[in-house]
Design a protein around this ligand. Structure first.
Ligand code: M6R
Length: 368
């Protein structure tokens, strides 16, 4: 069943190019336009939306954080993201023109489900992004966009995360297509680029041996920090979550710009810090994060840098450099997350843990 792999998680990491391709399948027309009629939301309804609120838990929440950047940029709509367990305990402002998007792999997370019910009571339109056909959430929502990752057995979300990203990109680009946006050409170009992402993910997977070696060498560490900016920030959060749940290790993700507001005090000799560097095309952000890498290295951090291939600027400050294919910033999480999954999986197995069944965790959390 594990297809020759020791763990389902390894198999599921390897399946990611296919999962991404399957989630794109049939949704891009030969004319390069997106077709998402299956969502059961009419174009007219999409034109009436004035705000999007995303609710989700855990890894799905990280996909939601990335969605915010994509929706604001391409669709030009205000977007809030919140952990589902907090949502109905505030007084969220919802109207008929609010679109709520619930993201849930299983479609059964009770926190997300209760938030969905609350949003529907307030008359908001609710769409979900879900991987399990026939689960509760798609039945209770107004519409659904399925991810086609196939069954995920490992408790850690891997291939379903990448396919959730594809789904949110598709939704953001589709809203842009329907509503018209100043980014018309860019939207068209992005759709073409999305279609090439399975190869890019495959390429990352082919270069993971040094990451596995690195992970084994860090199995005795007490703590690992993760830094990122822009969409690299949620990627850092996701990297830290994977390490916590699989390796039972202290791990934290920070927005790199926050370093000087506190976390830099944590930096000490030998502390491993993984930094997700935005593409060079994002010059301002890129240069700022390169200075962060210099700052933490000067204070003794062991810098592990994930950057696009050919980015020579980071070479002098990287103790380990992990190169990923060059893609536009908004799409970078699709390639930058993969090394972090491989890293935590290998580190956890080096410590002798069962990565498919981490202690205290369940694949789907059906209590609030
Ligand atoms: O099924 P869901 O996407 O609603 O699950 C949400 C979280 O419980 C889930 O992503 C969890 O954080 C994973 N174990 C992370 O790897």
């Amino acid at each position: 069943e594990k297809g020759g792999y020791d763990y389902f998680m390894l198999k599921e990491i390897a399946e990611q190019p296919r999962a991404v391709a399957d989630t794109l399948l049939g949704r891009i027309g030969s004319d390069g336009r997106l077709h998402l009629d299956e969502m059961r939301i009419t174009d007219q309804q999409l034109r009436e939306i004035d705000k999007i609120i995303i609710i989700a838990c855990g890894t799905s929440y990280h996909a939601g954080l990335i969605a915010k950047y994509a929706i604001e940029h391409w669709a030009g709509l205000p977007c809030e993201v919140e952990v589902a367990s907090e949502f109905r305990y505030r007084d969220p402002i919802l109207t008929r023109s609010t679109l709520v998007i619930a993201i849930s792999q299983s479609g059964e997370s009770m926190d997300t489900l209760m938030a969905v019910r609350h949003a529907r009571e307030q008359k908001a339109r609710v769409l979900c992004i879900c991987n399990v056909n026939g689960s509760t959430m798609p039945r209770e929502c107004d519409g659904v966009l399925y991810t086609h990752a196939g069954p995920e057995v490992g408790v850690a979300a891997t291939k379903t995360f990448l396919t959730q990203l594809v789904a949110v990109y598709l939704i953001a680009l589709y809203i842009a297509q329907v509503r018209g946006t100043k980014w018309g050409d860019e939207v068209f170009a992005m759709v073409q680029l999305l279609a090439t992402m399975p190869e890019k993910v495959e390429k990352v997977l082919e270069t993971m041996e040094p990451v596995r070696e690195l992970a084994r060498s860090l199995a005795g560490e007490r703590s690992v920090l993760f830094l990122g900016r822009h969409v690299g920030f949620p990627v850092a959060l996701e990297g830290a979550l994977k390490l916590k749940e699989l390796a039972y290790m202290h791990a934290e993700g920070f927005a790199a710009g926050e370093l000087k507001h506190g976390p830099i005090a944590l930096i000490e000799e030998g502390l491993p810090v993984i930094v997700v560097v935005p593409p060079r095309a994002r010059e301002v952000l890129h240069d700022k994060i390169v200075s962060n890498i210099q700052e933490i290295r000067a204070r003794g951090a062991r810098t592990i840098v994930i950057a696009e291939e050919g980015d020579d600027t980071v070479v002098p400050y990287s103790d380990t450099l992990i190169e990923v294919p060059a893609v536009p910033t908004l799409l970078q999480p699709l390639v930058a997350t993969v090394p972090l999954q491989v890293f935590s999986c290998e580190l956890a197995t080096a410590k002798g843990h069962d990565v498919d069944q981490p202690r205290n965790l369940a694949k789907s959390v059906t209590v609030e």
